[in-house]
Design a protein around this ligand. Structure first.
Ligand SMILES: NC(=O)c1ccc[n+]([C@@H]2O[C@H](COP(=O)([O-])OP(=O)(O)OC[C@H]3O[C@@H](n4cnc5c(N)ncnc54)[C@H](O)[C@@H]3O)[C@@H](O)[C@H]2O)c1
Ligand SMILES: [Zn+2]
Ligand SMILES: [Zn+2]
Length: 398
């Protein structure tokens, strides 16, 4: 097909994304045929806070990168060696690219696959330093290792009915869930979640699904805090000038929680009257202050090795001023890294299909057309309480 048969969202330098004609995907890896891959017609593809780090110019993402790692689609073509996924299947794509064959994939650590990124372990679609895979904020995209990677929805009609929930299985729902599990959230836990963006809200919904007794969600953005309150969380407005233990005490009566999740990452703001200023280690330090001794901190929030927009020379190279001694003294554990999304997709799909969780509602899933993507990026950046779901083929009447 001619190149104009596909359109996608392209990064055009700090603050700029554009919807452009891009090449129709081919079943190819370099100059080899990709017989284990499929071509998808993209049904939904979400904008993520991870994309925003690139679009704000806070990474070394190259201009011309086709964005998009949160992809749900319909299989329109299968490579010769795809045995079990079929044309017409509606599938969720875990955002990690993973071969299914290396030692890490074999133990379920698909976020650090050894074969999909020459630069470092772990690959993703449309993401800086993640292997150069073409992103899926587009009409069509190629997915390799299809039999291993894809989650096929059991029923097309049911999938389309719940698409605004199921679209969160590609990344943020598994990521929020993983953040809570690695923080040790259990029935009856008290939990602090830093960040009320889509990942924080997905973590909050996950904590509730896991049976947490009280889920406190901290942010400086009132609309996002209101969103957290809408499904039973305790909002914590971090524009207040008080210490983190005092703020937690004002809600729980004690200055600590059982478990904490960082759903903010390196572009974190200070709390209190200084909240317009960045302090990349502030969430990590807050988590160490307020989590019980022996507790764990789940850190899905992203930290980078290079941040050209950082305010200090150290932070430009990912060196942050952490109170590591405090964490050590309290015998705490930290869990970092990309989420192995595949690990959680099936169970979380079942939770959605059986009505145990309304993840689309929790994060306020908001469909937009592909042409509206640049505005979606700008609105998301302004801090609205919405998770934008791009609908490239108009199936949601955007
Ligand atoms: N580990 C993974 O696999 C994975 C997957 C998806 C997203 N992420 C990362 O998760 C993070 C959150 O993603 P998102 O889409 O929700 O992003 P987002 O930018 O929409 O949300 C971040 C929120 O944190 C708030 N915030 C800033 N400083 C804070 C502080 N000190 N305390 C509490 N809140 C603070 C912001 O106001 C904002 O609402 C990003 O860093 C993203 O890259 C990681
Ligand atoms: Zn994402
Ligand atoms: Zn692998």
């Amino acid at each position: 097909m001619a190149s104009a048969d596909n359109r996608g969202v392209v990064y055009r330098g700090a603050g700029k994304v554009a919807v452009e004609d891009i090449a129709f995907p081919e079943l190819a890896l370099g100059n080899r045929k990709c017989e284990h891959g499929v071509i998808l017609k993209v049904l939904t593809t979400n904008i993520c806070g991870s994309d925003q780090h690139m679009v704000r110019g806070r990474t070394t993402a190259p201009e011309g990168l086709v964005l998009g790692h949160e992809i749900t689609g319909e299989v329109i073509e299968c490579g010769r060696d795809v045995e079990f996924v079929k044309q017409g299947d509606v599938v969720s794509v875990p955002f990690n690219v993973a071969c299914g064959r290396c030692r890490n994939c074999r133990r379920g650590d698909t976020h650090i696959c050894l074969n999909v990124n020459p630069a470092r372990p772990g690959g993703a679609y449309g993401y800086v330093d993640m292997g150069g895979w073409v992103g899926g904020q587009a009409e069509y995209v190629m997915v390799p290792y299809a039999d291993f990677q894809l989650l096929v929805f059991p029923d097309r009609e049911q999938a389309m009915e719940k698409i605004l929930d199921l679209t969160m299985l590609t990344d943020i729902f598994p990521t929020g869930f993983h953040g809570c599990l690695t923080a040790g959230v259990q029935p009856g836990s008290t939990v602090y979640i830093a960040g009320a963006g889509p990942v924080g809200l997905a973590a909050a919904a996950s904590a509730r699904l896991l049976g947490a007794a009280c889920v406190i969600v901290g942010d400086m953005k009132p609309q996002r805090l209101e969103q957290a309150r809408s499904f039973g969380c305790e909002p914590l407005d971090l524009r207040q000038d008080a210490s983190m233990p005092e703020l937690i005490e004002s809600i729980l009566g004690v200055p600590e929680v059982d478990a904490a999740v960082d759903a903010v990452g390196f572009e974190a703001n200070c709390h209190g009257h200084n909240h317009a200023h960045e302090q990349p280690a502030t969430v990590l330090n807050a988590a160490m202050e307020i989590t019980q001794a022996g507790g764990r901190v789940g850190i899905p929030g992203l930290y980078v090795t290079e941040d050209p927009g950082a305010s200090s020379e150290d932070a430009k190279h990912g060196n942050l001023s952490m109170k590591f001694g405090l964490g050590w003294a309290k015998a705490m554990s930290f869990h970092t890294g990309q989420t192995p999304a595949m690990r959680y997709q099936r169970q979380l799909m079942q939770a959605v299909l059986h009505g145990r969780v309304e993840i689309g509602k929790a994060v306020n899933a908001t469909p937009i057309s592909l042409e509206q993507a640049p505005k979606g990026y700008a609105d998301f950046d302004s801090g609205v309480a919405k998770k934008f779901v791009i609908d490239p083929h108009g199936i949601l009447n955007t």
